[in-house]
Structures are given as structure tokens and as C-alpha cells.
Write a protein that binds this ligand. Structure first.
Ligand SMILES: [Zn+2]
Length: 464
């Protein structure tokens, strides 16, 4: 019996020795995997531009999901001098509690006067260490540096063009010089903004902006130039201008059930088309919601306009045509003797013979060829610097997006696609995001006085 007890004791000894060995190995694995992990922290900084203004708050996130963040240091170096922006050692609880990922968020507050920094170049550096036992317990290091430029001076705007006479629904041109390159600049007309473009004059800081007064913007509409530099500093300038009020015509359009039965099927595949509603309700959906969608699509095209003046001289109209509707006609839609809807006609309707060939009003690049709801088959020509012309209700189209057309080239044929009572061309001119009065652009004298004379005069003064 004694012998047996001895045997059991030996077995127990081996068992405990084995268990301890397993625990030691497991502990070593745990230390290697966690305390000795070799992944450095990840630094993410939210800085949009390399140019920073005199005061800025830069959000920074440092994360380390393996062992957590131990220490973060950030500084700006300028002319051999180091200015500390942030220096913090995190205790274990905080570093690992944020959201369980060992991530910490903080803000770098830079105030150049307070920190004694100067205009010009500087180096932003951020270092972060995690809680790993590597590097003799200092942790894995992540390091990031970024060259920045401190710019606290707002851009100055000098207006070079002299006269800015605009009529309601009409167009204008302003030419101005910026004191430095700016990432956003142009002219504000009420709530509308017209981007300025460089590239016409030799001096890259001289810009031109075509702008427009919408048909419903009167003489009290504020006009002001605006520029924002790469650091976000903003400059403003007024400009001498004169706004001419205009009156527009009114027109009644009678809607009959037979007309609706003829025109509605073209729109049956429009998203959300109210198939179950009465015909007139279907029409009201098109004239309201679809019109809004169509105009939004067309008035967004200017962002792709090219930095070039593709056109030259007066624009041409559809030849041998009669005017059927004018610009900014206030339209009432009469159904069974009652006005059921209203809209403003932001183009000119011209009718010639059926399927008459349509010439490009001026030279430019084809920007859009598409079926645009109420406008039917449509072509838009980009004449550059935000100026475009639009041709709608076409039966045939001969051009493709990207084609360059010269004034007078036949781009298609008139028709009655979209919302059209008969074969005609709906012609519009667009400046930026506004439909403008085409009569000005058809008028060579207006173009001479308001566009070419300004470009020539300033070109002579400062060089093209
Ligand atoms: Zn029209």
C-alpha cells in the first residue's frame, strides 16, 4: 500500500510541473503578443490644406488597438525654433477606456501671435508612443511630419473693369486682380455665386467672371466680389454697378385632355410618375417635380465649363424662325377654364419649318446630349468660362459630348420632344447657374459694349 501511495505522489508532482510549464508558456505568449507587440500607433490629422491661417484648430486622432496610446507630442518647427503644441502622457485607464480601441482624440490649437510664429514655412511634427514593452519599455514610435505654410493675410481684390450695367435677367462681365492665388473666387449676386476664371490674361492673378442677374432679382440685389486663399483667409470687394429693372410678358397656355393624352406617354418611365392619378395631376407632377429635377441637372453643368473663350462675336438664332414665346414669360396653365399652375419660361421659343436644321449659336464644346424630361432631346454647348447655350425639343441630334462645334454647324433638327405644343426650338443661354436673356447674346452691339470692349481694353493695359 505504501508503495502505491508513493507512485500517486510522483504522478501529482509531474502533473503540477506540467501545469506550471503550460502556464509559463501561456504567460510568455501573452507577454509577446500584448506587452511586446510591435505595431506602432496610427496618427490621423484632419488638415485640408498645406496653408494655414493665423488661427486654426487641427483635430488629431491617435489610435493603437494592440496596447493603447502612452504618450503624444506635437510641435511646430520654424527657423530652427521648436514650439510645443501638445505634450501628454496618458495613464493606462484613459488610454484604453476611450472606446476600447486605445484611441485618443485631441486638438492642436495654433495661434501664431500667441506662439510667436511668423508668416511663411514651418514644419508640423507629431510623435506618438504606445504601451508596448518594446524599445526598453518606451513603446513603439509613430512619427509624422508635414510641411505647412502660415498665411494670415487675406487676399486683396482689385476690380479692373469699369462699367457693370446689368438688366434683370441679363448678363455681365467683371475682370479683377487677386493679390495671391486663391482656391475659390468670383462674384456673388444675391444668393448666386459665379466662379471667376484665370487663363485669359497673361497675368495668372487676373481673372474674369461672367455673371447674371436672375429674372426675379431686382435693383436692390447686392453684388460683391469674393476670394478665399489656400489658408482660408477671405477677401471681399464691392464693385460699381447699375441694375436696370425689366418687366416681362404674361402668357396663358390652355391644357386640354387630348393634349395631355398625346404628351404624357413620353414621360411614363420617369421615376415616381403618378400613373394612378388623373391626367391633369400627372401633368402637374411633370410641370412641378420633373421641371425642378430637369433645371437642377442643367444648372449644374457649369462646373465642367472650360477655361477658354471658345466663342466669338454675336450668337446666331434659328434662321427664318418666328418667336413663339419670350424670355421670362410668366406662364399660367389653364385647364377647363381655370389656372391650375404657373411657371416662368427661361428661354426663347423659335419655330421654323418642321424638323428645321439647328445651327450652333456660337463655337464651343458639346457639354451634354440627353433627353432631359420637359426639355425633351437636348444639346448644351459650353462656350467656356461658365457660358453655355441650350437647344431643346429636338427630333434629331448630330453631335456627341466632347465634339467641338463652330458657329453655324448644324447640331440637330427641331422637333417636339418633351413638353412642346408643336415643332419648335427652345433656346436658352446659361451663365453659371442662371438662365439669362438670350437677346443680349444675339446682339453684337451688346456683346461689343459689355464683353469684347472690356477684354480688349484691359488686355491692352496689362497684356494678354
Ligand atoms: Zn420653350
Amino acid at each position: 500500500m505504501k508503495f502505491k501511495r508513493k507512485e500517486r505522489g510522483k504522478k501529482l508532482k509531474y502533473f503540477f510541473a506540467g501545469l506550471i510549464a503550460v502556464l509559463v508558456v501561456a504567460g510568455a505568449v501573452w507577454v509577446l503578443a500584448t506587452r511586446l507587440e510591435g505595431h506602432p500607433p496610427v496618427i490621423a490629422m484632419d488638415l485640408e490644406s498645406d496653408y494655414i491661417p493665423s488661427r486654426i484648430e487641427i483635430p488629431v486622432t491617435v489610435g493603437d488597438k494592440h496596447s493603447g496610446v502612452r504618450k503624444v507630442f506635437a510641435a511646430l518647427m520654424q527657423d530652427g525654433r521648436e514650439v510645443t503644441l501638445f505634450n501628454k502622457t496618458y495613464d493606462r485607464a484613459l488610454a484604453e477606456s476611450d472606446d476600447g480601441t486605445g484611441q485618443v482624440d485631441f486638438t492642436l490649437n495654433i495661434d501664431i501671435r500667441e506662439k510667436g510664429l511668423q508668416e511663411g514655412e514651418a514644419l508640423l511634427r507629431i510623435a506618438a508612443w504606445d504601451r508596448s514593452w518594446r524599445q526598453w519599455f518606451t513603446g513603439n514610435l509613430a512619427y509624422m511630419e508635414k510641411e505647412i505654410v502660415i498665411d494670415s493675410i487675406p487676399p486683396r481684390i482689385t476690380v479692373l473693369s469699369r462699367q457693370h450695367n446689368v438688366s434683370q435677367g441679363g448678363s455681365g462681365l467683371v475682370i479683377y486682380r487677386l493679390s495671391e492665388p486663391c482656391e475659390k473666387h468670383g462674384i456673388r449676386v444675391g444668393d448666386n455665386f459665379f466662379q471667376g476664371y484665370s487663363g485669359y490674361f497673361k497675368d495668372e492673378n487676373v481673372n474674369l467672371a461672367f455673371f447674371a442677374l436672375a429674372h426675379d432679382q431686382g435693383a436692390s440685389t447686392p453684388l460683391a466680389l469674393f476670394a478665399q486663399d489656400r489658408a482660408g483667409n477671405q477677401g471681399h470687394s464691392g464693385l460699381q454697378h447699375y441694375i436696370q429693372n425689366r418687366a416681362f410678358d404674361a402668357e396663358n397656355l390652355v391644357i386640354s385632355d387630348s393634349f395631355l393624352r398625346q404628351m404624357l406617354p413620353e414621360f411614363h418611365s420617369v421615376p415616381d410618375f403618378p400613373h394612378d392619378l388623373p391626367l391633369i395631376e400627372q401633368f402637374l407632377f411633370l410641370n412641378g417635380e420633373l421641371r425642378r429635377r430637369n433645371d437642377e441637372a442643367l444648372l449644374a453643368l457649369h462646373v465642367h465649363s472650360e477655361n477658354a473663350l471658345h466663342w466669338d462675336g454675336g450668337f446666331t438664332a434659328l434662321p427664318r424662325a418666328q418667336r413663339r414665346a419670350g424670355f421670362a414669360d410668366q406662364r399660367a396653365y389653364i385647364y377647363k377654364g381655370e389656372a391650375v399652375d404657373w411657371s416662368v419660361h427661361l428661354g426663347v421659343d423659335l419655330a421654323s419649318t418642321r424638323h428645321a436644321p439647328v445651327p450652333a449659336a456660337n463655337s464651343g464644346r458639346i457639354n451634354l446630349v440627353d433627353w432631359i424630361g420637359l426639355y425633351g432631346n437636348t444639346v448644351v454647348i459650353d462656350h467656356g468660362f461658365g457660358l453655355m447655350s441650350l437647344y431643346s425639343h429636338l427630333s434629331e441630334i448630330n453631335v456627341e459630348p466632347g465634339d467641338f462645334v463652330t458657329k453655324g454647324d448644324i447640331i440637330g433638327n427641331t422637333g417636339m420632344t418633351g413638353l412642346a405644343g408643336g415643332d419648335h426650338l427652345h433656346f436658352s443661354v446659361i451663365v453659371g447657374n442662371v438662365f439669362v436673356n438670350p437677346y443680349e447674346w444675339w446682339d453684337a452691339v451688346w456683346i461689343r459694349n459689355n464683353v469684347t470692349a472690356k477684354l480688349d481694353e484691359i488686355g491692352e493695359r496689362i497684356g494678354r
